[in-house]
Design a protein around this ligand. Sequence first.
Ligand SMILES: Cc1cc2nc3c(=O)[nH]c(=O)nc-3n(C[C@H](O)[C@H](O)[C@H](O)COP(=O)(O)O)c2cc1C
Length: 349
Amino acid sequence: MSSFNPGLVASLSARSYPLARRILFNLDAETAHHLSLEVLSKLQAIGLRGKALPSGKPVRCMGLNFPNAVGLAAGLDKDGIAIDALGGLGFGAIEIGTLTPRPQPGNDAPRLFRIIEAEGIINRMGFNNGGIDAALPRASQRRYKGILGINIGKNKVTPNENAVDDYLYCFRAAAATADYIAVNFSSPNTPGLRELQSAEALRKLLAPLKDAQKELADKTGKYTPIAVKIAPDLDDEQLAAMSDVFAELKMDGVIATNTTISRETVRGMAHATETGGLSGAPVRDMSTEIIRKLRGYLDPKIPIIGVGGITDGADAAEKIAAGATLVQIYSGFIFRGPKLVHDCIRATE
Ligand SMILES: Cc1cc2nc3c(=O)[nH]c(=O)nc-3n(C[C@H](O)[C@H](O)[C@H](O)COP(=O)(O)O)c2cc1C
């Protein structure tokens, strides 16, 4: 479809989203998720794909030129099956993953819950993905002209003492394809993963990754930045200690934040007691507060990508005001649809 106009498709999908949402929200959350991605992937296969550079004001971050400040957060298109179609909705960056060395099914269903009254989501997916080797050919064949991030993690069966092998495997496999790599130590749904956020564990994991980054850059001439994704459930002492490690190792960026294990903002609501990570509006202020504090502790040369609870343009602008250079959205996109992407692009220009 050579006359495809991504702007037109984005505006049509933004207008039809209220109807699509009514249909999707009548399905259980995971069925709706897979159906939406399947439709996007099919549309992409028949030629609906964003081949033009996404619009907006470019932002330089981690040595890369982001066409605008608004990215899709990890977890929505874990296996990279709809990068071009999602790109057509205007995102300046798309982060696929979390991808692990080997495929794994994730946790048993049900594992995804909407808290509609709070515009929140609880998930305990557990890194369900088809494995990094299966996703990379799709990612490298993308036509999307924005920035592609690849978010990497460890398999559930890999003990923490061997976690570095999983991250190294994924980094080496994906560095040529990705514009940047996000290392995820902050999902609450892989048992023990968050223990890797202690300063000592971080140093042990990140130092070999930085060595591999240099080795590959020397060999290939392509430097692939590494951003670390952190949890919102961190106290000041932990944030300060992590910031020291990030500066010492010259990390390229920090993505703040992942989902929270706190339930304070949704207490008493349907599904609020489900195990997993809470995202969407209920995590917004927590995540913004982490960004604000982190900006105080962190080397000013290290940029922050702000994510957590953005549901309108003002929320995106607030993350930037708190110290983020870029923003990402996930749950807000589920509740508000493609219009949110454009609202956030305008609000952060
Ligand atoms: C269903 C679901 C799955 C997610 N999966 C991942 C994942 O695989 N890796 C990751 O780093 N973050 C994952 N996240 C976290 C999001 O990327 C994001 O950090 C978090 O949801 C906060 O942003 P939001 O409030 O805009 O959703 C997931 C979130 C949701 C709702």
